[in-house]
Structures are given as C-alpha cells and as structure tokens.
Design a protein around this ligand. Structure first.
Ligand code: IFM
Length: 452
C-alpha cells in the first residue's frame, strides 16, 4: 500500500488562544490583552493571561499531537512575544520559546506550520494606528524577516495571515473584536494594508527561506440570504464581498471585488496591486458553516441572521451543513487553481467529564465524520485538497466568548491545566489510521496513486 506522501492530517492552534505567559519573559501587550481589560468590550470577563499554559506545557502538547498520529501542527507566533514593541529590538526569550516548540515538533516527526499573524497585534503598533497605518506593511515585512531568518532552517510552511476577513471586519468595522473600532474608513484602510503586508511578507519569505511553501489562510463560507426579501439578497452579496473576496481576490488576481473597489481605491497607490498579488503555493481554508445574511443598519449593511429552522445547528448555534464545505472546496479549486489545505474545521460542543472520567463528545464526532466525508467527496469530484487540520487541538480561549466555548478534541481543565483527550480525539486518530491503511484508491491519502 502506497500512502499519499503529501496528505496531511493535523491540528491547528493560535498563540493568543493557548500560550498564556502573557507578561512573562519579555512579552508585551497585544491589542487583545488591552481589549479584554476594557470593561464590557469582549462581553466576557475571561482573559488569556494563562490560557492553556502552553508556553510551559508545549512538550506535553506536542506529545499529544504525536500520540494521535498527526503529521502536521499549525501554530502562530505571538508578534508581541518576539518583538514586544512590534518593531525594533527582538526578545530573545520569546524567540527561544518557538525554537523549543519547533524542535519538539520535528523530533516527533510532525511538520510545523507557522502562521505569522493570528490577530494578536502588538499594542505599541496599534497606538500608531495599527492596520490603519500604511507603514504597517513594512513593519509586518520586517517581522516576517526576523521569523524567516530564525526558523527558516527548520520550518518551510508559512502562512502570512489567519482569517484576515474576520479580524478586519470584526476589529475595525463592527467593533466586536480588538481593537474595538467601528468605522468604515478604518475598515477599508485595514483591508488594503493587510493585503499589502501579505504581499511584502511573501517576498521576504521567498527571499529568506530556501524551499519555502507559502500561503494565506482564508475563512470562506457561502453567504445565503436569510429570507426571500431582496434586501437580504443584496446584503448577502455585500457580506460575501467583505468575507470571501476582499483578500483572496487581490492576492490572486490583483483586484478588489466590485462591491468594494470604489471604497478602497483612495488607499491604493501605484504598484500596490502588483505587490499584493505575489504567487503563493497553496490556498489555506478555514470553514465552519454558511452565513444566513439579513439586511442591517450596521456600517456594511449586512448582519448575521438565523439559519432556517430546518438547518441542524451545533451546541453554539452554528449551522451544520457539510455539503457547503464540499461545495466551498470545489469552488476554491475552480477559481484559484491552487492546492488547498483545510487549516481549520471543527465545532464547539457541550463537553462534560462523565463519572468515569471520559468526555463522550458524540456531537463533535458526528460533525467531524460528516465534514471529512464531504472533504472526500470534494476530492473525488476533483478538488486538489492536500491536508486537513482540525480546530482545535485544545479547548482554548475563544476570543469574545472566553472559555465558555470548547473547540478542542482534547479537554483542558482551565484550573488544573490537566489535558484529557476526548472521544473525538480517539475517533480522529482511528480515522487517520484507517485512511493510511485503506485499500480505497480514491481515499484522500492515496489520491496520487489513484491518479497514476
Ligand atoms: O477560535 C477561532 C480561531 O481563532 C479562528 N477561526 C475560528 C475559530 C473558532 O471560532
């Protein structure tokens, strides 16, 4: 049996959501530390000072990844841990932490996937305007160079941004996430400067890392009108422009979606679009559920409506529609012509430890089984998918929802920090093992063999 050498089964995490050690060994505030200290901002009283204490427990966490049989692990670098002021002097203790993490992954034969930016902007840069300040494209490129030179001998997989549509729309447009700004000009500037930062960082990574494999990670979901009202249909198109197209289109085709082009044009200087549209090696997809969109009085004129009653929902109310995942994969394949890595997919569930000490998260298993079946359908129908990473390894800090939502396949007791693999972790490990030994020539692991 030949196992497809490139198909990756992994898990994803992010620095702010798991590391803790928020003010140890030189790390400075990120915008999220400050946002969470502002009363009422996050709608929750939790903070990420300790989170999953991964900073001190990374060896145990890497051992968990290995025990599950995963061959890839995505993490992010905390920019304010390695460059506390966002630029200027680097923090050696922070850099050394990621050396330890990367070395532990490599020793366990787990491929490290490094994401430069998963939302924790250094507060010092936010005070200079953050993503609204055009200079940030250069600050981000300098940060990318530091990371590339430090880890590029061992890490080859680099993502520039995780879900740029989410942190720009929620952070600068709707005010729900850090830095809590709700302003249309801020939103449009941020979108363009993130795109510029992406293109600048791609150049730096190509220059400084031999054999680099580079992409960006996009959250992409179908945007359906919540009702038959034409106003909802128009709102769905507007949300889709911000959510699905504001980053992949300029990065792949050097243009903004027509719905946004006029609003962003004032911030676009000659040469920008070519700088943004640098060739990348893969398309990173984060997918959870479709949006059901309704007209709204907010500054983009589109809000998140309820799914129709007939659509099944997860414990936190997110629609469960595996066919939308399959269709999204096929749509990306047709439009972008790049290998696809699914870098987040998963669900929150009402996880409790039963009297025997087990967590029987049947809802999560059902979700993962349905979504990985949809993934296989997409591959059978031609989508070039090369990897699947579950979100998330651990129950972690879920932004505005704090610790109230558990997305992990490993339960974390946030008081003792004890880790307990849930039933879904066993299910995921067994599913991966079964795929690796399957005779099915169209199974994702041996697709290349089937293609001859
Ligand atoms: O926890 C987040 C992650 O940081 C980004 N993608 C969605 C996840 C679940 O909400």
């Amino acid at each position: 049996m030949i196992i497809h050498p490139d198909f990756l089964w992994g898990a994803s995490t992010s620095a702010f959501q798991i590391e803790g050690a928020a003010h140890l060994e030189g790390r400075a505030d990120s915008i999220w530390d400050v946002f969470l200290r502002t009363p009422g901002q996050a709608g929750h009283d939790d903070n990420a000072e300790v989170a999953c204490d991964h900073y001190h427990r990374h060896a145990e966490d890497v051992a968990l990844v290995r025990a599950l049989g995963l061959n890839a692990y995505r993490f992010s670098i905390a920019w304010p841990r390695v460059l506390p002021q966002g630029r200027g002097a680097a923090n050696e203790a922070g850099l050394a932490f990621y050396d330890r993490l990367i070395d532990a992954l490599l020793s366990a034969e787990i491929e490290p996937w490094l994401c430069l930016y998963h939302w924790d902007l250094p507060q010092a840069l936010s005070e200079l305007g953050g993503w609204q300040n055009r200079d940030i494209a250069g600050w981000f490129a300098d940060y990318a160079a530091l990371v590339a030179r430090r880890y590029g001998d061992r890490v080859k997989r680099f993502a520039t941004f995780n879900e740029p549509c989410v942190f720009t729309l929620f952070g600068y447009g709707l005010g729900w996430h850090a830095p809590g700004i709700a302003d249309k000009t801020a939103l449009h500037k941020a979108i363009h400067h993130v795109n510029l930062g992406h293109g600048r960082a791609v150049d730096v990574l190509r220059r400084d890392v031999a054999g680099a494999s580079i992409g960006a990670i996009h959250n992409r979901q179908p945007c359906y009108p919540a009702t038959e009202d034409p106003a909802d249909a128009a709102a769905a198109l507007r949300l889709a422009a911000y959510w699905n197209d504001a980053f992949p289109l300029p990065q792949a085709f050097a243009c903004y979606p027509p719905e946004l082009a006029d609003a962003i044009a004032p911030y676009v200087l000659p040469g920008d679009m070519a700088q943004i549209a640098r060739p990348v090696d893969w398309f990173g997809l984060n997918h959870y559920s479709p949006h059901y969109v309704k007209a709204d009085t907010n500054l983009i004129g589109a809000g998140f409506g309820p799914a129709p009653a007939s659509v099944p929902r997860s414990a936190i109310g997110w629609p469960v529609v595996p066919d939308a995942f399959r269709d999204t994969l096929l749509d990306i394949h047709r439009r972008f012509h790049l290998p696809i890595y699914v870098l987040e997919n998963g669900t929150a569930a009402n996880d409790v430890i039963d009297p025997s000490g087990h967590i029987r998260d049947d809802d999560r298993i059902a979700y993962l089984a349905a979504y990985t079946a949809a993934l296989e359908q997409a591959i059978r129908q031609g989508a070039d998918v090369r990897g699947y990473f579950v979100w998330s390894l651990l129950d972690n800090f879920e932004w505005g929802a704090g610790y109230s939502q558990r997305f992990g396949i490993v339960y974390v007791d946030h008081v003792s920090q004890r880790r307990i693999p849930k039933a879904s972790a066993r299910w995921y490990a067994d599913m991966i093992a079964a795929h690796r030994t399957s005779d099915d020539p169209a199974g994702p692991h041996n697709r290349a063999e089937a293609e001859g």
